[in-house]
Structures are given as C-alpha cells and as structure tokens.
Write a protein that binds this ligand. Structure first.
Ligand code: SF4
Length: 456
C-alpha cells in the first residue's frame, strides 16, 4: 500500500465568520489523504492565525478548539510527509508575517526541483526553519515580489509558481481578504472548486465538497495550469498554457476516496472497471472473490461481475487503528497487518479464494495476508492485483520506496508469486489500463508502472 500525498481545503465566505468550521468539515472528508497532522489558518482581524497539531482531524478539532477560530476566510491541510520530517514543524498551513501583512499556504504535492530552489534562496541569505517543500514556496514568493503580500497580484503569483515550481502540486494561498488556488500545469494532483450562495470552496477531492453539494452539481475541476482568485468582487482566473496532462493514475488505483470524481472519472467505477479487466486478463477457477478491505473492494466487485464468481467478505478490517504504513519500521508494519485484517473463518475455510487488492509495493503486506488466509484453512489463494506491477519510484509527491525495496522491480511475476506464497498471481496489464482509459492514457502519468521508462 502506498500513502497519499496530503489534502487541502479552502473556504471564502461571502458573509459570516465560520469559515474554519467548513474547512474542518472538508478536511474530515479528506482524512484518507494524510493522518499525520492537520491544521487550519483563518483570518483574525488584520492578521492570519494558524492552529495545527499532530494527529487526525477528529482528534485535533472539537467544539472547544473551533470556538476560538472565527473568520471569513480559512484554509486547511491534512498531512502525510512524503518529504520532510513527520513532526509538527512540517504540519501545514505555513503562515508568514511579512511587510506589515501576512499570508498562509496549504500545499499538496512535491517540488521536484526543491534542492535547486533551496540552494538559490539560501544564497540570497534566506534561512529555512523546516525541510518542508512548502516553506520553499513561501520564501520564493517573498524573495521575488519584495513588497507587501497585499499588493501581490494573481498574475504575479501564478507566474512565479508556474515558472519556478515543478511539476506536481495543488496550492491554496490565503491573504487577509482574498484566497488563491493553483493547480499544476500537468494536472498531476486533483483540485475541485465549488461556489454556492454562501461562498467559494476548494478541495483536493470533490468528496470534500459533498457535504455542501450532495448531488455534486456545479462542482468543477480547477484546470491544470489554472489559478483562481476569490475576492469580495467574486472570481477571477488566469490560465497558463499547457499542452499535455500527466494525471496521476494512482489517484484511480488507490488514493482517492471511492465517491470522488477525479480527472473526470468516478474512483469506485474506475476501480470496478480495473477489476473487470483484471478478470479478463487473469481468469482462474475458484469459489469466492475476497477483497482486501477496503482498498480492494471496488476492484473485487468488478472481478466478481466479470468472472461470475461471488464476492464474499472473507476479511474484515479493524477501522480503529492507524494505517499500516504510518509505522516506519518493517516489523511494526508486520504487526500492523494482523491488527488491521482478520479473516472470517466460516467464509474462508476450505475455499479456493481469489484475493483482490489494488497494488503490491514491497510484498510484506500481501505475504502476511496470504499467510493469514492459509492459517484460516483457505484451500487455495489466487492473488489478483487491479493495477500493473509497481516497478519504479515516483518524483511527483507519492511516497513509493526505492527500486530495491519494490518487489516487482527485483522479481518477476512467478518469483513474486512464490515470495508471497500464492497459488497464482496476476496483475492488470498496462495495455488493460490504456483500454480502460479509452486511449486517453496520453494525459496520464503511468511512470511507476514502467521500468526504466521502457515498457516491459
Ligand atoms: S509515478 Fe505513479 S504515483 Fe507518481 S505521479 Fe506517476 S502515476 Fe502517480
């Protein structure tokens, strides 16, 4: 399992001062994108205040904490540290006071050229207090614009971001009387925008806006290369020229919540299609299809539909523990799998099982799950993965380990099958992905499925 790469949410209310409450509600829906830390910035008179803590949104924010946060403009962030230390110094939003004014940034993504930018800024005498990429954005804007943030224009800000930061990010920047959202030129990460009679809202995924618009009407994507500014006058945007997109395919595989519509496609339905295609490519005779809860559920439904083999809940997931990969040590991960998943003996016993999950990264988790099923007397365990093998790492904000840790980078399918002790193993092919994307694959990043940039 891979980890998400943070989530951002922003609210600009036309009237009233409860924007932070909207933001916390939105962050709750984006919790799956990061559970290490969460934070909210909000306007307080002429100033911007921030409140951030380590932990989940529900644990950090309550009526008491929210009663102190009032403001018409607010942004928030849930964090998973793909880079930087997983401590409070990296928690977002980042707020800066500069030239008698202030601004605050919430950032989702990873800056590929961060070392170069940091070196250039340090040569100008700028001191970094954290190793977070977001601090680079903050200093870059200040060093290039050299005037009060109140006077920074949408055009100036977006030009600096689009021309210097590369390539994968969604950003929300708040000032004391306006808010700006920017999506990278290639559209790696999703970002949605919604307007209603009360105000304007941005969210990493549109599931964060569902509490405002249950039928999702009037929600639109911030376009790749688009920057949108909200002021008391309304909405203004600039569109940077962009030719080809690079949407992260892993948003469809795993990151996005099933009810989210990402890059114009519903996440659950996409996963179902991937499961169907996986069944076409990797048929096997068996009694039941069992999803690895919950990441493999939609794909297992697709596999079941296409194969005619019933889907059964053979594994239950304990919802009340942290995600396995939050623990840094391999041994803790192993313990985490057993704490997280329990087979249902009455369902598993003597069955030939097709076990469906979204991906295999190191192979540790899958080995443990196959072992668990065998302990519960499964007769056969056939593993089916609803995405292609992950063979390369990612430079665009997703915490994929080094190649030497990626099992599919080191072993072929037969060797992995043996390693995880499965009776058989099958992946969805890259060709299958292209078919599902209806040959829109040119606008997707599939880099982590391609070895040395050459297709297998
Ligand atoms: S390399 Fe993989 S995880 Fe990274 S952006 Fe591309 S598809 Fe997403």
């Amino acid at each position: 399992m891979l980890m998400e790469e943070c989530g951002v949410f922003g609210t600009y209310l036309k009237e009233g001062n409860i924007a932070p409450s909207y933001v916390v509600e939105g962050l709750m829906a984006l919790q799956h994108r990061g559970q290490e830390a969460a934070g909210v910035s909000y306007t307080k008179g002429e100033k911007i205040e921030s409140f951030k803590e380590l932990g989940t949104v529900g644990a950090i924010f309550n009526k008491k904490t929210l009663s102190n946060m009032k403001g018409k403009i607010s942004i928030g962030h849930v964090r998973y540290s793909t880079k930087g230390t997983p401590d409070i110094t990296g928690a977002q939003p980042f707020t800066a006071n500069y030239a008698n004014s202030s601004f605050s940034i919430a950032h989702n993504g990873q800056i590929e050229n961060s070392e170069k930018l940091k070196n250039e800024l340090e040569k100008k005498g700028i001191i970094f207090l954290t190793d977070s990429d977001t601090e680079i954005v903050l200093h870059l804007l200040v060093s290039k614009l050299r005037k009060s943030p109140d006077k920074w224009t949408l055009e100036e800000i977006s030009k600096i971001i689009f021309e210097n930061i590369g390539p994968s990010y969604s950003l929300i920047i708040m000032f004391k009387n306006r808010m700006i959202a920017i999506r990278d030129k290639k559209g790696y990460r999703p970002l949605s925008f919604y307007e209603d009679e009360h105000g304007y809202y941005f969210s990493s995924e549109d599931c964060g806006l569902r509490f405002l618009s249950p039928n999702m009407k009037k929600i639109r994507d911030v376009k790749p290369g688009e920057a949108i500014e909200i002021t008391e006058k309304g909405v203004k945007n600039v569109q940077y020229e962009t030719q080809k997109y690079s949407h992260c395919f892993f948003e469809h595989v795993y990151f996005s919540r099933p009810d989210s519509n990402v890059f114009g496609r519903n996440a659950h339905q996409m996963r179902e299609r991937m499961g169907e295609q996986c069944a076409i490519e990797n048929p096997v005779d068996a009694d039941i299809v069992v999803p690895v809860m919950e990441s493999g559920l939609s794909a297992a439904m697709g596999y079941s539909k296409m194969s005619g083999i019933p889907v059964e809940m053979g594994l239950i997931r304990n919802r009340y523990i942290g995600r396995t990969f939050i623990h840094p040590e391999q041994t803790e991960r192993k313990i985490g799998v057993k704490r997280k998943l329990t087979p249902i003996y009455e369902v598993i016993k003597n069955k030939r099982i097709i076990l469906v999950d979204d991906s295999i990264v190191r192979g540790t988790t899958m080995t443990e799950i196959v072992d668990l099923l065998r302990q519960y007397r499964a007769r056969e365990v056939h593993v089916r993965i609803s995405s292609p093998a992950v063979v390369s790492t990612c430079s665009w904000g997703v915490n994929i380990p080094d190649k030497k840790e990626l099992i599919a980078s080191q072993k072929n399918v037969k060797q992995i099958e043996k390693h995880i002790n499965a009776d058989s193993l099958g992946y969805l092919s890259l060709k299958g992905v292209r078919k599902i994307l209806n040959f829109d694959h040119e606008n997707y990043c599939l880099h982590c499925f391609i070895k040395n940039n050459l297709e297998e």
